[in-house]
Design a protein around this ligand. Structure first.
Ligand SMILES: CSC[C@@H](O)[C@@H](O)C(=O)COP(=O)(O)O
Ligand SMILES: [Zn+2]
Length: 213
């Protein structure tokens, strides 16, 4: 890839990340510096790829000139930089490798944490016939879906190695227990739609469980 093209693509990815970061921060979806966002950049094969990702530990409700960096398929910075990629970069790497998606957004919310604990023994969160399932492009009448839950190990490589097996066809997301959702899509627009659908469904599931009691 030529340097000019790479610079343009990098700036485009950083600008998209900034927009989505600002939008999600306004909803309070990045409490206490949590969450991370990434968008792929340039040519992409399962073996070799580059993506733009949020730097680790930043206050994601504030925009600064050093919020993002480029990393390779091993999660290592591609340029010389003082910035540290997200601590959860390896999970992004595995999702890109397994799905070939174009963007991945991760948020911690109270509702996603609650349902991940509520359904931990089942290892998936069931959702039954709710209209917003169509946000995943699933159009079956009264569709029933299961959103997979993985354990929240402190050691991120241990989580990363479980990702590929845990991915369920048609479901563009994985929950980490009492941690948060990773949602992905072909591009930032789709990943955002999926993330919003997940969060709506998690609140619905939680409230329905309460009503049943
Ligand atoms: C500060 S709590 C959240 C972190 O432990 C982590 O789960 C997270 O989502 C953000 O980590 P980061 O390294 O900033 O991408
Ligand atoms: Zn996290």
């Amino acid at each position: 890839m030529s340097e000019t093209l790479r610079l343009e693509e990098k700036q485009q990815a950083f600008s998209e990340l900034r927009d989505i970061k600002t939008t999600l921060a306004a909803r309070g979806w990045f409490p206490a510096t949590s969450g991370n966002l990434s968008i792929r950049v340039g040519d992409f094969t399962p073996e070799q790829f580059t993506f733009a990702i949020t730097a680790s530990g930043k206050d994601k409700s504030v925009n600064t000139p050093s919020d993002f960096l480029l990393v390779n398929e091993q999660g290592k910075p591609t340029d010389i930089t003082g910035l540290k990629p997200s601590a959860e970069t390896l999970i992004h790497c595995e999702i890109y490798r397994a799905t070939g998606c174009g963007a991945i957004f991760h948020v911690h919310t109270v509702f996603n944490n609650l349902v991940s604990e509520l359904f931990w023994e089942r290892k998936s969160i069931p959702v039954d016939g709710v209209e917003l399932i169509k946000g995943f492009n699933i159009w079956d009448e009264e569709a029933q879906i299961e959103i997979p839950i993985l354990p929240n190990y402190t050691d991120i490589p241990r989580i990363a190695e479980l990702v590929e097996k845990a991915i369920v066809p048609r479901i563009p997301g994985i929950m980490l227990r009492k941690h948060g959702i990773y949602a992905w899509g072909a591009n930032a627009f789709e990943a955002k739609r999926h993330l919003e659908a997940f969060e709506f469904l998690f609140e619905y599931v939680y409230r329905l469980e309460l009503l049943k009691k």
